[in-house]
Design a protein around this ligand. Structure first.
Ligand SMILES: *Cc1c(COP(=O)(O)O)cnc(C)c1O
Length: 346
């Protein structure tokens, strides 16, 4: 068995980054008002407004499923529908939460390459049926980066938002790994979102190095009406809100959010670079963020498991390696070397 100190099955296997933990510790002083009426929550929201260069409405939820589902619900009536990729987390990994919290708004899925929607696919779906029997499309959701680690360029986001505007659709971004996308493109959070026509963003804190928590940002503030009630009703209003808010201050003010994304992406690139030339192995998707999907013979994947490595194979039977904010390049080297050893023995 290989000496394994980090597993790359998921970026959620990692712990809390020092900046987030220190901020929680700092907030753990004395008594402050509950339910978000405290200084930490105000400061966290203001920090988002500064980072995004926008006077947006900011909310905090416990996880990404709730953030996505409630954000989409706020964009739709129950008879509306949401256009998404067939690979989208909202479709495949949220147990129907978007439909549940919207009282029935249907997800309309599109087969996609690497999880990326296109303006043409959105237009075709949104205009294909206009009769009363079909749930009227009202929103589009894109995942940035996608579930398989692809990045929409700013031009691609802008082209999608142009179609959305033309067809009266709101644009939501599932940014569970938003920091990885900003790191990959080297663009500002503002450019990635409202300046490119995104109306609502779910910004992932958990996969960015926090213990728990996602932020929901409404750049179009009219869409946030009643969202506080929606969160409360859904069991997403933290009474000790300061501990959900403070870690954001820690990662945003220190710049750790971006450094964490960069480090995770670098670890993925580091693995990809070492195994890309091995004959008979295949990277299933271009490595653009913090994910590597490896297609390899079953004997090799079994061998990795025997050496103690953990990974998921839910996409096309390939092994998914997902790197976190503190992925250790020496551990990545160990994984690469195990892959090379097993490859040589095939
Ligand atoms: C992890 C993830 C989420 C959030 O998942 P939770 O387990 O509900 O926090 C949302 N979207 C994508 C693309 C994800 O990878």
């Amino acid at each position: 068995m290989t000496q394994i100190t980090q597993q790359f099955a998921s970026d959620n296997y990692a712990g809390i980054c020092p900046e987030a933990l220190a901020a929680m510790q700092e907030a753990n002083q004395g008594y402050v008002p509950a339910y978000g009426e405290d200084i930490w929550t105000t400061r966290a929201a203001d920090t988002f407004r500064t980072l995004f260069e926008k006077d947006c409405d900011v909310f905090f939820a416990f996880n990404g499923t709730a953030a996505n589902a409630l954000a989409l619900a706020s964009l739709c009536q129950s008879y509306n529908s949401v256009i998404c990729s067939a690979q989208a987390h909202v479709e495949t990994d949220e147990c129907g939460a978007p439909e549940f919290f919207s009282n029935g708004s249907k997800l309309l899925t599109v087969p996609t390459q690497g999880g990326k929607l296109t303006p043409d696919a959105i237009r075709a779906l949104a205009t294909g049926r206009t009769d009363i029997h079909f749930p009227k499309p009202r929103a589009v959701t894109i995942t940035q980066p996608t579930e398989t680690g692809q990045i929409y360029t700013l031009a691609e986001i802008q082209a999608i938002s142009a179609v959305c505007r033309e067809l009266g659709l709101h644009l939501h971004m599932d940014g569970a790994r938003f920091a990885n996308a900003c790191a990959a493109l080297g663009c500002s959070p503002a450019d990635m979102t409202w300046k490119s026509g995104v109306d609502v963003l779910c910004f992932g804190g958990t996969k960015n190095g926090m213990a728990v928590g996602e932020a929901i940002l409404f750049f179009d503030r009219t869409l946030a009406e009643g969202f506080d009630y929606r969160c409360k009703q859904a069991g997403q209003l933290a009474s000790k809100m300061r501990f959900l808010a403070a870690p954001w201050i820690g990662v945003l003010e220190s710049g750790a959010w971006l450094r964490n994304g960069q480090a995770a992406n670098a670890a993925a690139a580091h693995l990809a670079q070492q195994i890309t030339a091995l004959e008979g192995l295949e990277l299933m998707f271009p490595v653009e963020a913090n994910a590597v999907f490896l297609k390899a013979p079953p004997a090799l994947l079994d061998g990795l498991r025997e050496k103690g490595w953990r990974f998921y194979t839910f996409i096309g039977g390939g092994a998914r390696f997902m790197f976190a904010w503190d992925a250790d390049l020496a551990q990545v080297d160990t994984l690469a070397s195990d892959i090379k050893t097993l490859h040589a023995a095939l």
